[in-house]
Design a protein around this ligand. Structure first.
Ligand code: SF4
Length: 383
């Protein structure tokens, strides 16, 4: 075991956190994980952690591996100073064949880069004390999909190393966050309506809430004439969303080209209806899974209170994410039928959605496609 050497910029925080019900059951799958987060991820570490790792005292054979596993970035900053140098097969060089981490095993948990130590957990201590697990981890999705109950939340005492917020958030903004979030979750979990209609109702609420932040749900007129939609037209729009996603992130390249080839020789509506029927038959709880997954993602990112991002743009990002994932699963599940296949597509997609500037990108893309008003959104949300 390495000698004590820790001096982090982050502080140890022990607090009561609001967490989703599955949180207590989360354990990393280690060697049983089908798509480990140690593979391909561009993990960066701060300067302090880089020098801490270089100063570790441990067995020479291990030390040589650790020193070669991280290298300074070309344009380093204090917070993003060095990156993991992956093996030729995209794996972290410290990721052992049995799934465990050589650094963790040899030097102890306290020297692990923060992201490796806590992932997929995302603690927040600014507008509220909250923690949840990212949908990019397959275990999170497995826990979410293990029951059809609505996602519930509970208080747990947790410890994290975390940077304290630079500025205090006014008490009334914190209260508003809780009220708005409760309203959002109540709309999204109202299973009297199909999920796309709940998302439209959420858009209505957010528009009205922009004028009157204190408005209650029972004061809003949610009536709405759902317009007819055209499968061919929607397909063109949705496929351009999928292509944008693929061109930026390349994580589902091969699967998407295969799905694209299904449309080349056949009628779009025929392929779409066949794919939809297959998804509904094989993953028959998929609407409930989508509900739980979206709520978990919104909780993770503190929707709609993300910084430097207007409420309506956050809503557009939510709609874009929903239709993208729905169309992705619908088209990529054609030759598959297991829940593991379904989870793999979604978890892979969330490695991008939850850990990049994806929300801003997709909301501006939706605007470019002129899908930004409730009328046009409601056409595409029905697919
Ligand atoms: S993706 Fe999740 S389950 Fe898999 S190795 Fe990472 S933390 Fe563990």
């Amino acid at each position: 075991m390495a000698s004590k050497q820790v001096s982090f910029a982050k502080e140890k925080v022990v607090r009561e956190f609001l967490v989703p019900d599955y949180y207590k059951d989360f354990h990393c799958k280690g060697g049983n994980c089908r798509d480990s987060c140690c593979v391909e991820w561009k993990v960066t570490i701060p300067m302090e952690q880089y020098f801490l790792l270089h100063g570790l005292k441990c067995k020479t054979s291990v030390k040589e591996k650790i020193d070669r596993a991280f290298r300074p970035l070309l344009n380093p900053t204090k917070d993003r100073y060095a990156e993991i140098v992956h093996n030729y097969d995209g794996d972290c060089p410290l990721h052992k064949k049995d799934g465990y981490c050589l650094l963790h095993e040899t030097c102890g948990e306290e020297v692990l880069p923060w992201v490796c130590r806590f992932y997929p957990r995302g603690p927040r201590i600014d507008i509220a004390n909250e923690a949840s697990c990212a949908n990019s981890c397959e275990k999170t999705l497995e826990l979410l999909f293990s029951s059809s109950n609505k996602l519930s939340f509970e208080i747990r005492s947790l410890t994290f190393l975390i940077s304290k917020p630079k500025e205090a958030i006014p008490e009334e903004r914190k209260l508003l966050y809780i009220k708005v979030r409760d309203n959002i979750f109540s709309l999204l979990t109202n299973r009297d309506y199909p999920l796309h209609l709940r998302i439209i109702n959420l858009g209505k609420y957010l528009s009205v809430m922009g004028e009157n932040t204190q408005i209650d749900l029972n004061e809003i007129d949610f009536s709405f004439n759902i317009p007819e939609y055209d499968i061919d037209e929607n397909h063109q729009l949705l496929w351009s969303l999928l292509e944008m996603f693929d061109s930026k992130y390349k994580r589902l390249d091969e699967q998407l080209s295969e799905a694209r080839s299904n449309y080349l020789l056949k009628d779009v509506a025929e392929v779409y209806n066949k794919n939809k029927e297959h998804l509904e038959r094989t993953i028959n709880n998929h609407e409930i899974y989508f509900e739980k997954m979206l709520i978990n993602d919104l909780f993770f990112k503190q929707f709609p209170f993300q910084n430097n991002f207007s409420v309506y743009d956050q809503y557009l990002a939510l709609c874009g994410t929903y239709v993208l994932l729905r169309y992705l699963t619908l088209n990529l599940m054609t030759n598959k039928s297991s829940i593991d296949d379904y989870i793999d597509i979604l978890a892979k997609s969330f490695t991008v959605i939850s850990h990049s500037e994806f929300d801003k990108l997709i909301s501006s893309f939706m605007k470019r496609l002129e899908i930004k008003e409730l009328a046009s959104l409601s056409k595409i949300l029905q697919m």
